[in-house]
Ligand binder design. Structure first.
Ligand code: SF4
Ligand code: SF4
Length: 218
């Protein structure tokens, strides 16, 4: 899922300077889980904006704003309120915000910053384990991603700087290469670590990504 954090009210008000009325769109999936754009956060945002003198013309939580056709349908259902608004504030990731921007005719503003594609460990504990590089190599590393989880993205690690199992770049994080070593030891596959892997093919992860009928990526 996409991990987001809500922007500060000051930043949101700064972006919407001069706009008096606003309609709020939230997200029923990722942003609800992150507590950045669910029912509760949309209601709280509405109250804050009203306190700052804005007119809130309405709000809606779209199940998943990144589903563009569904987003268009929900916005059509809220046409009357949206026609009265000068701005739409979206409490969702950048993908969801762009779905709204492409479907709406007024100014659309992001209420959240998108941080990473995250695994949910437990309530409000999110970890980045994949950075969608376009060519998955974890089969050579015991199922642990060195591209994302090693701070230096080393394919031939470790760097030698790890202290007590922690990464030298950020000692709050586990050293990915110690995890890889321990995992491969458990599965009797340490021999694989004697191989030297070529530099990562970064051209496989070109942006903007596109997949059509599961066949084309560009
Ligand atoms: S190798 Fe690439 S696709 Fe595989 S987990 Fe790591 S970042 Fe994701
Ligand atoms: S300490 Fe471990 S995770 Fe950190 S950069 Fe070095 S090899 Fe990578």
């Amino acid at each position: 899922m996409i991990i987001t954090k809500q922007k500060s009210l000051d930043e949101i008000l700064g972006m919407m300077e001069g706009k008096k009325s606003v309609f709020i769109v939230g997200c029923g999936e990722c942003a609800t889980t992150c507590r950045t754009g669910g029912e509760k956060e949309a209601a709280e945002m509405s109250a804050k904006l009203i306190e700052k003198g804005k007119t809130v013309t309405g709000s809606v939580i779209i199940t998943a704003p990144c589903l563009e056709l569904d987003t268009r349908r929900v916005l059509r259902q809220n046409k009357d309120a949206i026609e009265k608004t000068e701005a739409i504030l979206v409490l969702a990731c950048g993908a969801g915000t762009q779905s709204v921007a492409e479907a709406a005719i007024c100014n659309v503003y992001p209420g959240c910053d998108s941080l990473f594609l995250g695994n949910v460990f437990r309530h409000q504990h999110f970890y980045e384990k994949c950075s969608t590089c376009g060519e998955c190599v974890i089969g050579y590393y015991g199922g642990i991603c060195p591209v994302t989880r090693c701070s230096k993205s080393l394919l031939n690690g470790p760097c030698g700087g790890s202290m007590q199992g922690k990464c030298e770049v950020d000692n709050k994080k586990e050293c990915a290469w110690i995890m890889i070593y321990e995992r491969m030891k458990k599965t009797n596959s340490l021999d694989n670590l004697t191989k030297v892997f070529p530099a990562k093919n970064h051209s496989a992860g070109t942006s903007p990504g596109m997949v059509i009928n599961a066949g084309i990526r560009g």
